[in-house]
Ligand binder design. Structure first.
Ligand SMILES: [Zn+2]
Length: 192
């Protein structure tokens, strides 16, 4: 099992981080790259993000969503053959397929709203792992979709940006309603 996963499952580490909802400004600005990989704080952040992700039954989470202005992503897609969390630091997409993949798209920062999302089916990502080791890896289907959604967060982009102002207003109202319940009712829906 993944060592960070083990730590949070055993209750030895990890704390629940607050989730920032759209249109908070931290979600609309680019996140800063991580420069110090020896920093103990980095593993603490990753562990806390993993715990927060798991508590919300989400598939992916990006630093800005939990108020951390750093290019860190945690993705965990359970019940998949590749059922291990992936930690991506300073990720960059270097290649993407023409073939597309469709999936219901939602977001922890936009609770209660879903739409059909279409994104490249396969991507190649250059990133640093949790030990500061540079990696190049190919991701497909759900993993590719969620990673693209999270990289958008690192670039200050939220998936509802293309919607009309009218629709965005409606979403804003709904978020405010849900926000009040969110902290009480964890483990309800699957968010991205
Ligand atoms: Zn999101």
């Amino acid at each position: 099992m993944d060592k960070f996963f083990e730590l949070i499952k055993s209750g030895k580490a990890g704390k629940l981080l607050p989730v920032y909802t759209w249109p908070h400004k931290i979600l609309q600005q680019p996140a800063k790259p991580v420069t110090d990989f020896n920093d103990e704080e980095l593993s603490t952040i990753i562990i806390d993000m993993l715990l927060t992700l798991t508590a919300h039954n989400a598939l992916g989470i990006a630093g800005p969503q939990v108020g951390i202005d750093k290019q860190i992503i945690v993705v965990h897609i359970p019940y998949d053959e590749n059922d291990k969390p992936v930690y991506l630091i300073n990720p960059k997409i270097t290649e993407q397929s023409v073939e597309l993949f469709e999936m219901d798209e939602g977001c922890l920062s936009v609770p209660g709203y879903y739409e059909k999302g279409v994104r490249p089916k396969e991507i190649t990502v250059e990133y640093f792992n949790e030990f500061g080791k540079k990696k190049t890896e190919k991701f497909v289907d759900k993993h590719a979709f969620v990673i693209q959604h999270e990289i958008d967060h690192l670039n200050g982009k939220v998936f509802i940006e293309h919607l009309s102002d009218f629709k965005k207003q409606r979403i804003k109202k709904k978020i405010n309603k849900i926000k009040r319940q969110l902290n009480k009712q964890l483990k309800t829906k699957i968010f991205i």
